[in-house]
Design a protein around this ligand. Structure first.
Ligand code: GDP
Length: 600
């Protein structure tokens, strides 16, 4: 029995519905749009189930409509909808015929499905970890807070926006080349290094406690301005308030010219010169064989999609996700009327970009500055816990984030809770010294901008973090950054102790630090950290990972797949990207940069 037929646009605007029953189907249709169509998850099955309702759907790519469309045959659908065409009548007669035909077939009543046969039982652990309903979200999403913004305890009664604007203004002032800074070699970003003092090498942070490196790191004699940072608004991650620069976007033209040069190679392919690897020719070149002037069917796309999948895998995109991305491109192209190669190329680019935007766009907003201000107004320090396996860059990127916070006028307490690895405390002490040298108290109304809370080695990390947060609370420190010992994702006792540390200290944010260069391994780490935090917490709503710090992005060239895989599988946003070994090498993810790297 067909209860309901609806025609709606991809964005959810209902154009027509059959209204045959009094039941309200809107919640089911909304879930379909939100969970399947917009996210492009599982659109290939064209089947969706929720609350005992089964929905079958079909996308018309020509019109971007979801509907039953069999009867639209030869007459262009828009023409029909716009004219006096009796859609209702036609629909009723088709429905009656279909129902009569089906009633003639004697069917055994459908047995109720067992739990094991249900969709729910097929949910993977990873999908179950994506818990949108965690209470911590409420805490992070300030828009949901019923309280009015209050002023920071120690300053004038400004609103949140005032303070943010003021901080932005200060930062802008710093970043605007004044005469002094223009004269100074340091006003330009690192990349434009032409103004860098001759002979000055970038900082090398080999932080294993080697004294030679310690001298290299000791920039306390340098001018405080001797630090380079950039300020760009972060659109994708959303609300970093102009402080964390986006990843650099490679010019689209560069990507396209790479494709053009591959086309030239193809044209000269009868020469004896060795043929350039097609992978170097860019992802769009795989679609070159599809000729224009006809409606695209899946069979036309298949060979190109297979190459595209391999291309994505070669960029470190997890294979399952590469397949999903290809499916989503196929869904967007199927049924479209093709023009020239250019239009195919632009359609593929557009479809891939849309999918990646969906994957990389955070499902929830993480706005550290705003939330820290809010916390401080409530008389509490804002607490971030960093976790991850050994050597991924936890301490280094914690120090970069500390630098960014200081630049935004927050003072910070670093809690040295890696009480295991020799040298871990000293590494943080070195950072503390450097950061204070770069931002002396004299420049911040005699506030010491970074302090280290440490109790040496071998002690209980959860207890040290608790003491540190209390100390920060008592002494009105704005932010506490908790460094934790590296641990392997499969080490149960250590994962239990991390879960305890998080439970006991109830931080505002838990950041997972993972290397971009290990690709699928980073995905495995993230999934298992999440799972362990959920499994080993005795809380009903355990605090799992809130966001990702993706490090060593500068070392992966165009193999940017880890960024996509990590966010796709867990739904957690990439909050920071580490791009090198200076305090300024902290960026925000940028979807265009990622797309361009994948296209190459
Ligand atoms: P931890 O054990 O996770 O705390 O890792 P560390 O912070 O000690 O970092 C390990 C190594 O990775 C150090 O040599 C860092 O300088 C280096 N590192 C950290 N982040 C980055 C990054 O974004 N890019 C590069 N190239 N190296 C990094």
């Amino acid at each position: 029995m067909l209860d309901f037929v609806v025609i709606f646009t991809k964005g959810g605007v209902v154009l027509w519905n059959s209204q045959t029953s009094g039941i309200n189907f809107s919640s089911c249709i909304n879930s379909l749009i939100r969970g399947v169509i917009l996210e492009e998850r599982n659109t290939d099955s064209k089947y969706f189930e929720e609350d005992h309702l089964a929905v079958q759907f079909k996308l018309d790519n020509e019109l971007d409509l979801f509907a039953f469309k069999e009867k639209f045959g030869s007459i262009p659908a828009l023409e029909r909808l716009g004219s006096e065409y009796d859609f209702e009548g036609e629909f009723r007669s088709v429905l009656t015929a279909a129902e009569e035909a089906s009633s003639k077939q004697v069917k055994a009543p459908k047995a109720m499905r067992s739990y094991n046969e249900s969709q729910k039982s097929k949910k993977t652990v990873a999908s179950m970890i994506q818990d949108d309903k965690k209470p911590v979200e409420k805490r992070v999403n300030i828009q949901e807070s019923p309280t009015q913004p209050k002023s920071r305890p120690s300053s004038s009664p400004l609103t949140t926006d005032d303070i943010i604007q003021e901080n932005r203004r200060k930062l802008r002032e710093k970043l605007t080349p004044t005469k002094k800074s223009a004269d100074s070699k340091l006003s330009a970003p690192v990349k434009q290094g032409a103004t860098e003092k001759a002979g000055k090498k970038p900082r090398v942070w080999d932080l294993g406690g080697n004294s030679k490196d310690a001298v290299l790191l000791d920039r306390s004699k340098d001018s405080p301005e001797d630090v380079q940072y950039q300020s760009v608004n972060n659109e994708l991650v959303g609300t970093m308030h102009g402080v964390i620069p986006d990843l650099d976007v490679e010019d689209e033209e560069d990507v396209d010219s790479a494709e053009d040069s591959s086309e030239e190679d193809d044209m000269n392919s009868h020469s004896l010169a060795p043929k350039k690897d097609r992978r170097g020719g860019g992802l769009l070149s795989y679609f070159r064989g599809i000729v224009g002037g006809k409606t695209i069917v899946l069979a036309d796309l298949k060979p190109a999609l297979e190459k595209m999948r391999d291309h994505l895998i070669s960029k470190n995109v997890a294979s399952e996700i590469a397949v999903k991305l290809c499916e989503s491109v196929a869904t967007s192209l199927e049924g479209k009327q093709m023009g020239t190669f250019d239009s195919i190329a632009s359609l593929v680019r557009e479809a891939l970009t849309q999918s990646l935007v969906r994957i990389l766009s955070p499902k929830r907003r993480i706005d550290i500055i705003r939330d820290a201000l809010e916390s401080n107004r409530g008389g509490k320090p804002y607490t971030i816990i960093f976790c991850g396996v050994n050597g991924v860059g936890k301490s280094t990127n914690l120090a970069k984030i500390c630098f960014w916070l200081i630049e935004n006028d927050f003072n910070v307490l670093i809690a040295a809770c890696d009480t295991f690895r020799a040298g871990a405390v000293e590494q943080l002490r070195t950072h503390t010294r450097h950061l204070n040298a770069l931002h002396p108290a004299a420049n911040h109304n005699n506030r010491t901008m970074v302090q280290l809370y440490e109790k040496g080695y071998g002690k209980d990390a959860a207890g040290i973090a608790l003491e540190a947060i209390k100390f920060a609370h008592d002494t009105k420190v704005d932010v506490v950054l908790v460094d934790t010992a590296g641990r392997m994702q499969d080490n149960e006792p250590l994962m239990r102790s991390l879960s305890k540390l998080i439970k006991v200290n109830n931080p505002d944010l838990v950041l997972f630090v993972g290397e971009a260069l290990v690709g699928n391994e980073a995905v495995d780490q993230l999934v298992k950290f999440n799972q362990s935090l959920a499994d080993y917490s005795s809380n009903e709503t355990p605090h799992i990972i809130d966001g990702i710090v993706l490090t060593k992005f500068d070392t992966i060239d165009d193999k940017v797949g880890a960024a996509i895989s990590m966010t796709y599988i867990t739904g957690q946003p990439i909050v920071f990207v580490g791009t090198g070994q200076t305090y300024a090498d902290l960026k925000a993810i940028n979807v265009n940069a990622v797309v361009n790297s994948l296209m190459k």
